[in-house]
Design a protein around this ligand. Sequence first.
Ligand code: GDP
Length: 440
Amino acid sequence: MFDNLSDKLDKAFHVLKGHGKITDVNVADTLKEVRRALLDADVNFKIAKDFTTRVRDKAIGQNVLTTLQPGQLMVKLVKDELTELMGGDAAGINLSGNPTVILMSGLQGSGKTTFSGKLANYLKTKKNKKPLLVACDIYRPAAINQLQVVGGQIGVEVYTEEGNRNPVEIAQNAVKHAKANGFNVVIVDTAGRLAVDEEMMTEIANVHKAIEPQETLFVVDSMTGQDAVNTAKAFNDRLNFDGVILTKLDGDTRGGAAITIKSVVNKPIKFIGTGEKMEAIDVFYPVRMAERILGMGDVVSLVERAQEQYDEEEARRLQKKIAKNEFGFDDFLSQIQQVKKMGNMKDLVGMIPGAGKALKDVEIEDDAFKHIEAIIHSMTPGERSKPAVLDAKRKMRVAKGSGTSIQQVNQLLKQFDQMSKMMKMMQGGGGKNLMRMMGG
Ligand code: GDP
C-alpha cells in the first residue's frame, strides 16, 4: 500500500537524519521533499502546500532544531498531520435504525456491489446483524446477478424485483420486506454510471429521499486519484453523504485519494476495501494508515486480524494432536487456510514495522502458499498423516503432481519435520526442553 509515497517520505527524512547538525535550511529541504512526495502521490497542490506549512509552523513551535532527535520529531509531526488530514479519529457506522437503512452510491466499477457484499458479511459475522441486500440497478441485469452471486457466497438474502423499472419503489418495498421479515439492516446497492451524470444523480437522490437512510455511503476507487476526489465532491453536493468507502487499496494506488478526500468533502472515510474477496474489508483508522504510510507498520491491525481468525476449538484440537504426535499435513493445510484468511501476504508484511521497507524489493507473491498447498494436495491421505512413508518414488510422484520440483518437496518435508519437533518440544517439557536445545 502506498509504497512509493512511503519511500519518498523516508528519503525526505533522510535529509535530516543524515546531518549531524540541523539547520533551518535542511528542515526546509525536508519539507520540500515531503511536499514533492505528496504531489507525486496525487495529493492536490493546495492541500500539499498547506500540509507542509502546518508542519513547518509546528516544527518551529516545538523548536525542532534544538531537540536531540529532530528527524524523529519531524516524522511524528508529519504523522500527526497526516492523521488529522485523513480524519483524526475513526468514524463508526450508525446502526441505530430499525431496520438500519444503508444506501450505497458511486460510479460503475468503483466496487459498490462488491462492497455491499463485504459490508453485509461484516455486519453479519462481526456485529451479529441480519442484513438484507437490495438490487436497485434496473439497467444492468448483470449487476443484479452479481449481487445475487455475492449474496449466495455470504449467505445473505438479496431482494430483487424483476421487471420493476422504478428503483424508488424497489427500495421502499425492500424496506417493507425487511421489516416484515426480521432483517435489521437493509443495504441498497444502486445503479452507477461510468461518469457523473444528471440522470443517475436524480435517480439516487430520489431513492435517498424516499427511504431516508441512516447511512449514505459513497464508494470510490482509490486508483483513480484526483478523479476520485472530484467525483466525491459531485456526489456529496447532491447527496450530502455520511461517509466514504475507499476500494482497491490493495492495488498499486498512489494514496492521494485516501489523504485528501476527507478535507475536500469533510466526510470521514469509514471503510476500505483491500481485495476482491468478501473478507477484504477494514475499518479505516486514520492514525494506523498514517503509520503505515510512514513505514511504521500497523501492529494493532495485524494482531486484531490474527485474533479475528483465532479459532479456539481448532487450537485445542491441534494441541491434542501435537501431544499425541499426530500433527500431519492436513492440519498444516488448515493452519495455512487460517493465515490466508488474514489477508494477502504483501498486505500482512506491510503491517510489520520496518518489514515493508526492508522487503520492498523482494517479490512477495499474493499467494505465497501456492506451492506448499499444491504439494500437500498431491499427497495421499496416508502420506499426509504419516509423511515418513514418502520415499524417493513417492516424492517424485508428488513433485510431478504438484508441478514442483523434488527439491521443493524435500524442503517442505524438512521444514515440516523441524516444525513438528519444535511443537513437541514446546508441548512436552515446555521451555525447559527448548532451553536445553539452545544450550541453556
Ligand atoms: P460496481 O460496478 O461499483 O458495483 O463495482 P464492482 O463491485 O462490480 O467492482 C468492480 C471490480 O472491482 C470487480 O472486478 C471487483 O472484483 C473489483 N473490486 C472491488 N473492490 C475491490 C478491492 O477492494 N480490491 C480489488 N483489488 N478489487 C476490487
